[in-house]
Design a protein around this ligand. Sequence first.
Ligand SMILES: Cc1cc2nc3c(=O)[nH]c(=O)nc-3n(C[C@H](O)[C@H](O)[C@H](O)COP(=O)(O)OP(=O)(O)OC[C@H]3O[C@@H](n4cnc5c(N)ncnc54)[C@H](O)[C@@H]3O)c2cc1C
Length: 386
Amino acid sequence: MVPKTADAVIIGAGVIGASIAYHLARHGIRPLVFEKSDPAAGSSGACDGLVFLQSKKPGLHLKLALESRRRFDGLADQLGSSIEFRNPGGMCLIESEAEISAMQLFVAEQRKSGLDVELIDGDEARRREPCLSAKVIAATYSPLDSQVNPYALTFALLRAAKSAGARILSGVEVNGIEVVSGKATGVFTGNRRISAPVVVNATGALAAEIGRMAGLEIPITPRRGQIIVTAAVPPLLRHCLISARYVAVKFKPELAASGGMGFSLEQADSGNILIGSTREFVGFDRRTTFDGIRTIASRIAPVIPALKRVPVIRTFGGLRPYTPDGLPILGKVAELEGFIMAAGHEGDGIALSAITGELIADLITTGRTQFPLEAFRLERFRAGAA
Ligand SMILES: Cc1cc2nc3c(=O)[nH]c(=O)nc-3n(C[C@H](O)[C@H](O)[C@H](O)COP(=O)(O)OP(=O)(O)OC[C@H]3O[C@@H](n4cnc5c(N)ncnc54)[C@H](O)[C@@H]3O)c2cc1C
């Protein structure tokens, strides 16, 4: 039975909605989570699990990611479930002289933001990660880069939220936001109305649709990523790996169009290797394409030749919730009291989930957050905003 009232409504049971539900429930608030499909049916179940710091923009983005990363230590114990969190350290692989100079600047900026990261030469990179070929002429290394199982994380957060009093309603779509005198006062699902003093939009790539229900323009669009999954093999990768070009494409979309796509790699606890991923604007089309998968495979084979002998067992596509400046949209919305945004994490939602849930729960329960959310508010996209 769908209740008529709730302490707070969260729309979306991806990793972000799950984390907010968990943190709210810990504060004694009993949120009601509506998920139109199943938990983790969106991006959180169609992604890699990198908790990578080197791919974050130096400055606020990286600082937020560092805060989130700290919270992953001990999170499994708090949640009482395995989330397959590991901290192998990560490398950003450099394949050209031009990338070295770009990464030198990037590393200097990342250090200023507090990240422990160093530039190493190709031989040192191969000593630490023997599967790399001579194509890798240098790398940046950070001991903090980590990985997690995104499914396990989302479900562990939801289970812990439920034990602390949250209710998760799967298969129930929110199709309207009740707005009374400039205030969100609840949601509609079919012809039912559920009143709540707070409504949280945690619908990832679909957040703009929820915005329209509330009369808000939210600049979040889907950006597809395609991933290759290999058969389970004995340990091959010692670290999580991304290419320097992957970082560049993330911040300069035009590079993807000119064939400059990079890659990311991680070996899951199961032994399967996830090799990602494209960055494409193709609407809500989650299908994989021959071209996309071939491009990823042809980029990775010269860098890690051993992968040529590892069978591929499947491929999948997911949609990153993209915002024009690469930062998530978090916090209160000036035009609509009671409506909170927690979406638009692009390729970083798994990594940022721990801090996002905590900050949004703090905002709802105390009106304050220990990390300033001003720069993440929706209003930054309004005409005339600085
Ligand atoms: C290929 C790829 C690789 C990635 N790799 C990484 C990575 O290595 N590290 C990392 O940190 N991030 C990564 N990401 C990004 C990460 O997956 C996302 O940022 C994150 O999953 C977003 O979580 P979310 O909860 O906001 O959205 P979602 O997981 O999409 O959850 C939103 C939920 O809302 C539900 N919903 C939508 N509309 C409604 C409605 N009207 N009513 C009820 N429910 C609704 C949806 O069904 C969905 O379950 C990757 C993404 C992709 C696509």
